[in-house]
Design a protein around this ligand. Structure first.
Ligand SMILES: [Zn+2]
Length: 487
């Protein structure tokens, strides 16, 4: 506990006095925000929103959108900012790509820019963030830890991202991986006080002391025998580190949890497992929690926005970081009812360099209002999968989460993909869990038919494994037509 206390009491405040780093103050501000009353909160959100809207007037794409919404050239006050936002049509990744970078950015001072990229393949998107946004991302990561574990600095963490680049790009340049060794290496080369060394040292310091983070490579798809072996090796590595917090691509977490259970292993010290870069349906979350002997703590964020929401564990959904984002669920352009599924559109209240105003992030979910037993009164968000995976059915729109639960309710199923070959005809590839009994395919068909209520032909076959998308993530559902238009 000595190092976290040192960081908290001495190093972070000192860093704020000596450099322009502000993440520690931002984090304190965010915790304070949660205790404020409704009026005070609304005032802060409106002030931030008007700043982003006014900055957005400096970019061609947003100026055009704002003019469409009835704005003539003038500044927007905090009081009227919300109604202007609601008048804006949502903007897609394709819109941003078409106008990137000059049409979507607001300042020509590129010295301070950093590029935050999503891992998508067809819908890849790059966002530019300035120093303030980057520090807010650091702050919201600490805020998520506070919600998930009740702690923030120096929580021992193991992460297993789905994308190899997350791991490889930062670590293969051949320079020493630890803070101390890198400092020595830079000193000997006479580069200790250069800009590059400062950035490298900052990154290593953050990983090693603030986040205490070990990153493991993605788990490659493989038939059951080799996969079982790989999972054993991962469990050995995790057990050695004894993390309190494990975050990983949800399917990996489920496989590790199942494997833990089969081997009757316990991961000592592990308290919370959280998703990294993908969806965990309720059945997956239950298997992860039970197998790992830890709470499954949901968390949502994207590389272009940062961490957006995290679960306190006391009620469904994740508390939205409302001081940083406005999140709406919309159906055909109108707000969805509370609890009703809609497309998620995000407004980033911090990024003034490349404003994201009603940005259609490509996910579906629902919002819950009202107080939570934990005492927080911020709105909560439940994310249910990608828009492109939504199936149209007589029972309504089915999300990837709904469909995944029909599979993962059977503990013998480790993975699947289901394709709607023609409307209401389905073909499913089902992967059995290593070392388990055979999945009951007929029982799955019954569960799926009961959910969908209008299926024609359904075929299911066993497959040794399914391939992930090029970004390392698995896509579960391939609808015949895009039901996303219905939302
Ligand atoms: Zn709560």
């Amino acid at each position: 506990m000595f190092v976290p206390a040192l960081l908290r009491k001495l190093l972070f405040p000192l860093a704020e006095r000596l450099t322009r780093t502000r993440f520690w103050s931002y984090y304190a501000d965010s915790l304070r925000y949660e205790r404020w009353g409704g009026e005070e909160r609304e005032a802060l959100r409106n002030r931030r929103l008007s700043e982003v809207l006014n900055a957005a007037l400096g970019s061609a794409l947003h100026r055009q959108r704002l003019e469409e919404a009835g704005l003539t050239a003038r500044l927007i006050s905090p009081e009227e900012s919300r109604s202007f936002l609601e008048g804006l049509r949502p903007v897609s990744k394709a819109d941003f790509r078409r106008h990137f970078p000059t049409g979507v950015t607001t300042s020509q001072d590129a010295a301070d820019w950093r590029y935050l990229s999503t891992a998508g393949t067809t819908d890849r998107m790059t966002v530019i963030a300035d120093f303030v946004k980057r520090d807010q991302c650091r702050s919201s990561e600490l805020h998520a830890l506070r919600l998930l574990l009740g702690e923030d600095v120096g929580v021992s963490t193991v992460e297993i991202p789905p994308d190899a680049c997350n791991v490889v790009c930062g670590l293969v340049d051949g320079s020493p991986p630890t803070f101390g060794r890198y400092a020595w290496h830079a000193l000997r080369k006479g580069k200790l006080f250069g800009r590059e060394a400062r950035t490298e040292l900052r990154g290593r310091f953050e990983r090693q002391f603030v986040l205490r983070l070990l990153t493991l490579p993605p788990i490659a798809p493989a038939p059951s025998g080799p996969l079982a072996q790989t999972l054993g090796l991962y469990l050995d590595q995790i057990a050695q580190v004894r993390p309190a917090y494990l975050r990983g691509y949800p399917l990996y977490l489920m496989w590790l949890a199942d494997s833990c259970r089969d081997r009757e292993r316990t991961l000592k010290g592990l308290r919370v497992a959280a998703p990294f870069g993908g969806l965990a349906s309720p059945a997956m979350a239950a298997r992860i929690g039970a197998g790992l002997g830890a709470r499954f703590g949901d968390k949502y964020g994207t590389s272009e926005l940062g961490t957006v929401a995290a679960s306190c564990g006391h009620s469904p959904g994740m508390h939205i970081f409302e001081d940083l984002f406005i999140i709406e669920a919309i159906r055909q352009g109108r707000p969805a009812e509370p609890g009703q599924v809609g497309r998620l559109v995000m407004t980033d209240l911090i990024n003034t360099t490349m404003p994201l105003l009603r940005y259609d992030v490509g996910d579906v979910g629902r919002l819950y209002a009202g107080p939570c037993p934990c005492g927080r009164t911020t709105a909560r968000l439940e994310v249910l999968g990608r828009v492109q995976e939504v199936l149209d059915s007589p029972a309504g729109n089915l999300t990837a989460s709904d469909v995944a639960d029909t599979f993962f309710a059977d503990p013998a199923i480790a993975n699947f993909r289901v394709e709607e070959t023609t409307p209401r005809s389905f073909e499913a590839a089902v992967v059995a869990r290593p070392g388990g009994h055979a999945p009951d395919l007929r029982a799955w068909q019954e569960r799926f038919a009961a959910l969908h209520t209008g299926v024609g032909k359904v075929r299911a076959r066993l497959a040794p494994f399914v391939q992930p998308e090029p970004n390392g993530k698995y896509r579960f559902v391939f609808p015949a037509a895009s039901a996303g238009d219905l939302l």
